[in-house]
Design a protein around this ligand. Structure first.
Ligand code: NAD
Length: 505
């Protein structure tokens, strides 16, 4: 059997083990590993989304009455299903978006982690009690479910982003409609099956998870646009390019809906004179080349202090030259394919622009013969932060620049439109603290002595400026999935008004 047929057979047998038979249609599901079409699935389009929203609205009315900890029990069962199917789902993610094996599995681990987090959270959805200025009065805030949550996700985290949203949305008492990336339909179907199985078990154990509580709608942009346009969708959580966010954000705002935007990044690291270079090298290599540069948090800009430039750059070049590029399912391969030819062309175009702007490119060659869109990761020495450096190219390109003054490097660090993730490598306490301070990194994520990618679910995830401002995952990100009511209770026998206002009738 050719390796092409083998991938298709493997993908379909993973789905079959999860009880999924995809509805045949016109949308191709491809593997970037070989470029082959795995199967064709049906595009459910706008009508599919609208039907799912109507069912979700109905489901929400029941689900909001289920106690939070009981809702958490559903998510606990979901984590069990994910643990049981981790190997299969991780493999399918690798087949469909080209992640190396450990990263495919890591994506599913992230789903398990957020479920565990959400289970605990289901007993901690609390508000404040606030001192009232009036005698015999008490103020408090209550957090209530918000309604239907629409999730639109990108290809590069084809299942984890949905779980970040869904685990929290479900414990918060909401219903969810998901429009996954049209480049990762099979992973979406498999992931949905894990939740469906948990829902079936939950109901078999006496739970009351209504039909339509969590639905997945396959389709292209039009299917997602239905979530954006519908006033019945209280929160649209959209992950993808800044271009997408520019379209989605204003439309949701125009109908006074709530938006959680997780958009593009252009993440940087500053390496100071005191940095531990072994640790720094490993941190930079994973952040810049891991996932073939296709993480929103991928390291794309590097500011090296002039005193370490000539030591660290040759070591980085050696790492770039030796990293194994190829079939991500093979042991030892660290850089798999780009998602498609469009991404490969975008990478080559950015490298041409960099050369035109005075850059010296190391690596970046197209790798042929594997069927998919492969390239060696590129390291580009740039004279200044211009041209393609200020844009996000979703590919493994690292632009390297030299600096002499830390504050000037910080200014350059912040002088791009995106604001997702950032790092400083230093053993100088002043530099580290300055980087994390109000005058430091302007990103939603700022790290010391680790790279900008590979976040844990315990913290809030997201970024500023053109990254969209949304926060998902840990900390108090759950508040985006609930509405807040401020309550004032009078347990006295008179009616004093606030601010001393008198209104005697
Ligand atoms: P994309 O913007 O092409 O697509 C993302 C999703 O949005 C897809 O499901 C797509 O169908 C949908 N979509 C696109 N236009 C739409 C519209 N007008 N209305 C409704 N839905 C629409 O992004 P991609 O190529 O899949 O992913 C790569 C991008 O995502 C990169 O820019 C990356 O930085 C970003 N990303 C950001 C985060 C984050 O958390 N900040 C995480 C992952 C990826």
């Amino acid at each position: 059997m050719s390796s092409q047929n083998a991938l298709s057979t493997e993908a379909l047998s993973i789905l079959s083990r999860l009880g999924v038979t995809p509805t045949t249609g016109t949308m191709p599901a491809r593997s970037p590993i070989t470029g082959e079409v795995l199967t064709h699935v049906a595009d459910q389009g706008r009508a599919g989304t609208e039907a799912a929203i109507a069912a979700a609205q109905k489901a929400f009315k029941d689900w909001r009455n289920v106690p939070g900890p009981k809702r958490g029990e559903l998510v606990r069962l979901w984590a069990e299903e994910l643990r049981a199917h981790k190997a299969d789902l991780g493999k399918l993610v690798s087949i469909e978006v080209g992640k190396v094996t450990s990263e495919g599995l890591g994506e599913v681990q992230e789903m398990i982690d957020i479920c565990d987090f959400a289970v605990g959270l289901s007993r901690q959805l609390y508000g404040l009690t606030i001192a009232s200025e009036r005698p015999s009065h008490r103020m408090m805030e209550s957090w209530h479910p918000i309604g239907v949550v629409g999730v639109i996700s990108a290809f590069n985290f084809p299942v984890a982003v949905w779980s970040w949203n869904t685990a929290l949305a479900l414990v918060c008492g909401n219903a969810v409609v998901w429009k996954p990336s049209e480049k990762a339909n099979l992973s979406a179907l498999a992931a949905t099956a894990t939740l469906d199985r948990a829902i079936a078990r939950f109901n078999a154990e006496g739970g009351n998870a209504p039909a339509g509580l969590a639905t997945t709608v396959l389709g292209a942009r039009e299917a997602g646009a239905a979530l954006v346009d519908s006033p019945a969708v209280a929160l649209v959580s959209a992950t993808g390019s800044t271009r997408m966010g520019r379209e989605v954000g204003p439309k949701v705002a125009a109908r006074f809906g709530r938006c959680l935007l997780e958009l593009g990044g252009n993440n940087a690291a500053i390496v100071g004179p005191t940095a531990s270079l072994d640790l720094t090298l490993r941190g930079l290599a994973f952040a810049a080349m891991g996932t073939a540069g296709q993480r929103c948090t991928t390291l794309r800009r590097l500011f090296l202090h002039e005193s370490v430039y000539d030591t660290l750059l040759p070591r980085l070049k050696a790492a770039y030259a030796s990293v194994k590029v190829g079939n991500p399912l093979e042991q030892g391969v660290l850089v798999g394919p780009l998602i498609d030819d469009g991404a490969l062309n975008g990478m080559q175009a950015a490298l041409d622009q960099a050369r035109a702007a005075g850059g010296t490119v190391h690596g970046g060659e197209v790798v042929t013969g594997l069927g998919g869109a492969y390239a060696r990761p590129a390291l580009v020495e740039m004279p200044s932060q211009t041209g393609p450096v200020v844009h996000e190219t979703f590919a493994p390109i690292l632009y390297v620049m030299k600096y002499s003054d830390f504050d000037a490097a910080l200014d350059l660090h912040n002088a791009v439109p995106q604001g997702l993730s950032s790092s400083v490598f230093t053993n100088d306490m002043r530099e580290a603290e300055a980087f994390l301070s109000a005058r430091g990194s302007d990103c939603g994520i700022a790290n010391v002595n680790i790279g900008p990618s590979g976040a844990e679910i315990g913290g809030a995830f997201g970024g500023e400026k053109e990254t969209g401002g949304g926060r998902e995952s840990g900390s108090d990100a759950w508040k985006a999935y609930m509405r807040r009511a401020t309550n004032t209770i009078n347990y006295g026998t008179t009616l004093p008004l606030a601010q001393g206002v008198v209104f005697d009738i």
